[in-house]
Write a protein that binds this ligand. Structure first.
Ligand SMILES: [Zn+2]
Length: 222
């Protein structure tokens, strides 16, 4: 029997399987959601994320009441709902990805070491530690995400957001890449950071050149 929320439940399941295949979601650790038409489709607690299906994606309203699905939503539901209540994002990805989680155990902030990081909003803050699934953790992560689409959660993992599921997934992959880069660079010495002028110049150049999108070549570009 098909239901009203099948498309968003299917999309969340697909995103979770992709993140598991990329090594960012491990076992049952992590969760994914999307906000569509005032409802949130979110992975169920305890779901094996590498094989998650539509039936393991629960739909709740903005207050967290279940409107579709047989399973309990993720224990981090408050975090997802808090992001939607406070920010423009329409998708949230939470992972225990290896490089991000390693840095979350050490750093207070991941400095801006590569210009691609600007897509996440410059330096990545580390939200203070609190027990998983608590309102304290949800509110510190929501605060850390102010003005940016990525944060680390101290001694826990990472969270990314996006305007849509694809972007939140892309941001999760980019954050893990930056964290891995930082770890690799640390083997050789203390990584340099881009200063504010260098960051501003990247933003100017990216806007001018429409960075990240294809464009028809001009006569000069052969
Ligand atoms: Zn977690």
């Amino acid at each position: 029997m098909s239901g009203r929320f099948d498309d968003s439940r299917t999309a969340v399941a697909h995103a979770a399987r992709r993140l598991a295949a990329e090594g960012l979601l491990i076992g049952t650790a992590g969760n994914v959601s999307v906000l569509v038409d005032g409802h949130v489709a979110v992975t169920a607690t305890g779901a094996a994320l590498a094989e998650v299906t539509l039936a393991e994606v629960t739909v709740v309203d903005r207050d967290g009441s279940v409107v579709a699905g047989e399973l309990e939503p993720t224990s981090e539901l408050d975090l997802h709902l808090g992001v939607y209540a406070s920010h423009d994002a329409t998708s949230v990805v939470h992972t225990h990805a290896p490089a991000a989680t390693a840095l979350s155990c050490v750093l207070d902030e991941l400095p801006c070491i590569h210009y691609q990081q600007l897509l996440l909003g410059r330096a990545v803050p580390v939200a203070p530690y609190a027990t998983f699934g608590t309102p304290e953790l949800a509110s510190s992560v929501v605060a850390a995400l102010e003005g940016r689409s990525a944060a680390l959660m101290a001694n826990h993992g990472s969270v990314t957001t996006g305007p849509g599921l694809d972007k939140a997934v892309e941001n999760a992959l980019l954050l893990e890449w930056v964290c891995r880069l930082y770890l690799d660079a640390c083997v050789l010495g203390m990584p340099r950071s881009l200063d504010t002028d260098q960051q501003a110049a990247v933003i100017t150049a990216a806007v001018e050149r429409k960075y990240g999108s294809t464009r028809p070549r001009t006569e000069k570009e052969t």
